[in-house]
Write a protein that binds this ligand. Structure first.
Ligand code: PLP
Length: 425
């Protein structure tokens, strides 16, 4: 058997010319479950997690999977069983963690706009920490907790004002950004938090952006956060844990992010050198745990040659794969079966009535209608961002584990998409 792996995708390979995830042929999955279909490799998720676990060996560290990257229950179950906590951004995500068997004590609640109802639900189940992003939110959380006779564990999300050198929409640690509290206000806000009756200060956190492919922004952010910890503790507020957020990038198109263990070797060396090596650590990786563990299968519907461009129209669209339309993101697209001969240059587009509905531009493909394509790096921020735009039901999802195939989400029917609606009268 000839096997050729795809760079950055160790569990996805052509075996005798047929694309496989672990030991399963993707064309078999497309046949059985239809398209568009998301397929995830359990081994790829666990191997991405293992890189972080190696990096933190011998340390007090909690990995909280940032589940907005992919919040499907079975994906959460895999991470919960592997010992992960979760970084959530809504009460809906909290409900998913509980449904998947996750431990609420290992949940941290991020986000700039938590509602009172969300705070109550999180306090009720006893989450590990609220990552608070403003003074106003501290005040409300203290009120809510006091009214319930509880104490809310809090950390402040600080804005270290470093440039993560990524797309502006996914950069979150710069001034002029809605996230976190400003560096210069941090000590004062910590003192305020420590004075509130319903709160217990437990930590500090930062998250500087997403799809970060360099080490330097992390090192800079760590320096700034550690400077702050020194100042905050000097002002009389002890900081038990330090949460460095997520944001590590993946290889979409020749990107070369550091491996998680290599990144953390450098960060831990700095932490030790600065005398903070014995602190409880937390991280919130999302994309780097799931992004390259998933592909989206989509059938070629029509080839439409044009004077200026040729279009390859597929049955997946921006409602299934929103990243190209949202961030001009690049996903590799590759056929499940390799055909002999030269390819043609196509823009790969979906059926949605928007010019922004493209999946890949200027791709050389040798395909015919009825062929199935795999859109790679589709494990993060695809299904979790999908919508019903154009009244398209959401895709089905499958988890591959060795030679085993689990249908983890059925295809949504058109009826499902409007069953909560009512006619008038
Ligand atoms: C989105 C997010 C993450 C995860 O980011 P990735 O780039 O997917 O690793 C972590 N923490 C917070 C607060 C986030 O908003």
């Amino acid at each position: 058997m000839t096997v050729s792996t795809l760079p950055g995708h160790p569990f996805i390979a052509y075996q005798d010319g047929a694309l496989c995830v672990e030991q399963v042929r993707l064309s078999d999955l497309a046949q059985t479950h239809g398209t568009p279909l998301f397929v995830y490799s359990k081994a790829a998720m666990l191997s991405a997690l293992a890189a972080y676990q190696r990096g933190f060996a011998g340390r007090q560290a909690q990995i909280c999977y940032a589940m907005k990257a992919n919040s499907s229950l079975a994906v959460l179950q895999v991470f919960a069983q592997a010992g992960c906590g979760f970084d959530i951004v809504s009460a809906g995500e909290l409900a998913r963690v509980l449904a998947a068997g996750g431990d609420p004590a290992k949940v941290i609640f991020s986000g700039v706009g938590k509602t009172r109802a969300e705070m109550q639900q999180a306090l009720q189940v006893g989450i590990g920490c609220f990552n608070v992003e403003s003074t106003a939110e501290l005040d409300v959380l203290s009120q809510v907790a006091t009214a319930m006779g509880r104490t809310a564990p809090v950390s402040l999300r600080v804005n270290p004002n470093v440039d993560p050198k990524t797309h502006p929409y996914i950069s979150t640690g710069l001034k002029g950004n809605k996230f976190g509290v400003a560096h210069e206000d941090t000590v004062r806000i910590y003192q305020h938090a420590a004075s509130l009756p319903g709160l217990k200060v437990v930590g500090i956190d930062c998250h500087i952006g997403s799809q970060i492919t360099e080490v330097t922004p992390y090192l800079d952010a760590m320096d700034r956060v550690l400077d702050l910890v020194t100042e905050i503790e000097a002002a009389g507020v002890p900081i038990h844990h330090i949460d460095f957020g997520g944001g590590l990038g993946i290889n979409y198109n020749g990107d070369t992010p550091p491996e998680a263990d290599a990144l953390w070797a450098q960060l831990l060396a700095k932490l030790d050198a600065r005398g903070f090596g014995d602190r409880q650590l937390m991280i919130e990786p999302g994309r780097s745990l799931v992004g390259n563990a998933g592909v989206c299968l989509s059938e070629v519907l029509y080839l439409k040659p044009g004077e200026q461009k040729n279009f390859c129209i597929i049955d997946a669209a921006m409602n299934d794969l929103p990243r190209p339309a949202m961030y001009q993101a690049f996903h590799h697209i590759t056929p499940l079966q390799v055909r002999e001969g030269a390819g043609t240059l196509y823009d790969v587009v979906g059926p949605i009535c928007e010019s922004g509905d493209w999946i890949g531009r200027e791709r050389t493909l040798n395909v015919q209608p009825g062929d199935v394509l795999a859109v790679l790096s589709a494990g993060a921020y695809c299904m979790s961002m999908s919508s019903n735009y154009n009244t398209r039901g959401r895709a089905a999802e499958v988890l591959v584990d060795g030679a085993q195939v689990h249908l983890i989400r059925q295809r949504e029917s058109v009826f499902d998409t409007f069953q909560l609606e009512h006619l008038v009268g």
